[in-house]
Design a protein around this ligand. Structure first.
Ligand code: PLP
Length: 411
């Protein structure tokens, strides 16, 4: 593999023209779109127009005239095809952690007699922390977190399990859980399942309906490029939508918010999972950012994602052999999301030096260097150049510089 080979792959890549729709500085290789997706052209203009016209002139009439009130459902329907959800099952609102709270409470309410929430120790911490908070709220006799290692999830489900909550693509290693198999195993034991899709949606094809999933959550700011702190989404399978009242029973989840009833009467739809008024400008930025997905085929995205990751692994292992890197991600591409993680003793300092060399990945304690490969704007030649700069950082020992040793609060 040479740089010219990489350029050749770019020339034949059906997704290559999309890169031009993103605002990325010349020379920057951005391998952190799995943490914060970049800005697309047209998003600033959309938000500026909404400020000037919709807020500035149309004022309160915008809730109906400019469709603000329908944004959670409207944007939900744009995310639905990316997660294999039929209509009427996805709403965009709040943050992922908040939506996890809604799911935990709903699932416990739907499963009288079952009090355990099953997850894995390597899950993204917020998922575990939200369960711990629920235990504080309800008491450990009503909500108990149980952890099983990632290979033993199905076996750990029993008749006390109310809900299994897992992140489909592990945030550190990129390992992918078998959504269909785990969902089926849970259902056979009478448990419900919630899939956290933060590292899945926009990264690989997902089939929630096909797997019979019960709930799913995910964020708008990673592979969906919706902007910092973009609103999140929640999927509730149609069969569960009327089951229980979720406890964040704000007025937007009411059957008729503008009746201003004294009594809470929940919507009979996925709207029941809404709470209150949403940040409209952030919703509009997300909606504009999602437009690009209507023009791409997820099969092409996945194919390129696999190719970029394979190329990166092969180049690092060939060019940085005996330099202390150990692959943390699964080697088999069908078990890996759209990211590659390598462990290295000096991982933090190497990542800082690499960022200074304009290759942006990130670091996850204790020793993991994480690289996200986002097919809409990452070129094959970027992968080649990123490894080239990594080799320079290692050979020059640039990472030994004292500036790169100091651990920042945000890594
Ligand atoms: C990024 C991420 C979150 C983020 O939750 P927020 O409430 O948006 O901060 C949750 N779960 C997983 C698996 C993530 O990767």
């Amino acid at each position: 593999m040479t740089r010219a080979d990489a350029q050749d792959l770019d020339a034949r890549d059906p997704l290559a023209p999309l890169r031009d729709e993103f605002i990325l500085e010349e020379g920057l290789i951005y391998l952190d779109g799995n943490s914060l997706g970049p800005l697309q052209k047209g998003v600033s203009e959309r938000v500026a127009q909404a400020i000037a016209q919709e807020w500035g002139r149309d004022l309160i009439s915008s809730w109906s005239k400019n469709g603000w009130f329908d944004l959670p459902r409207r944007i939900g329907e744009k995310i639905a095809p990316l997660v294999g959800a039929g209509p009427g099952q996805v709403v965009v609102a709040d943050g992922t952690s908040i939506n996890i709270f809604k799911v935990l409470a709903a699932a416990l309410g739907m499963q009288p007699g079952r009090t355990r929430i099953l997850s894995e120790p390597g899950n993204f911490p917020t998922d575990l922390y939200m369960v711990q908070g629920m235990t504080e709220l309800l008491g450990s006799e009503n909500c108990e977190l149980v952890l099983a290692e990632e290979d033993g999830i199905a076996e750990a489900i029993d008749d006390t399990t109310a809900l299994v909550i897992l992140t489909q693509v592990n945030f550190r290693s990129g390992r992918v859980h078998d959504m269909a198999a785990i969902t089926q195993a849970a259902h056979e034991k009478g448990a419900l399942v919630c899939w956290d899709l933060c590292h899945s949606t926009g990264a690989l094809p997902v089939d929630l309906d096909g797997c019979g999933a019960d709930f799913a959550v995910g964020c708008g700011y990673k592979y969906l490029n919706g902007g910092p702190g973009a609103p999140a989404y929640i999927y509730v399978a149609e069969r569960h939508q009327k089951s229980v009242i979720q406890p964040l029973s704000g007025w937007h989840g009411h059957a008729a918010p503008f009746d201003f009833d004294t009594e809470y009467r929940p919507a009979d739809t996925v709207n029941r999972y809404l709470c209150g008024t949403q940040p409209v400008l952030s919703m509009l930025a997300l909606e504009q950012s999602l437009e690009i997905w209507s023009r791409v085929d997820m099969a092409d995205v996945r194919k390129k994602s696999v190719a970029l990751c394979e190329m990166f692994i092969a180049l690092v292992e060939a060019r940085c052999a005996d330099m202390g890197f150990a692959l943390v991600s699964p080697r088999a591409s069908d078990q890996r999301g759209s990211q590659v993680a390598f462990a290295h003793e000096a991982g933090y300092a190497i990542m800082q030096a690499l960022i200074a060399a304009r290759v942006v990945g990130d670091f996850r304690a204790p020793d993991v260097m994480r690289f996200g490969f986002t097919p809409l704007y990452t070129r094959y030649v970027d992968v080649w150049d990123a490894v080239d700069r990594l080799v320079t950082v290692l050979e020059s020992k640039a990472y030994e510089n004292a500036d790169f040793q100091l651990r920042a609060a945000i890594t």
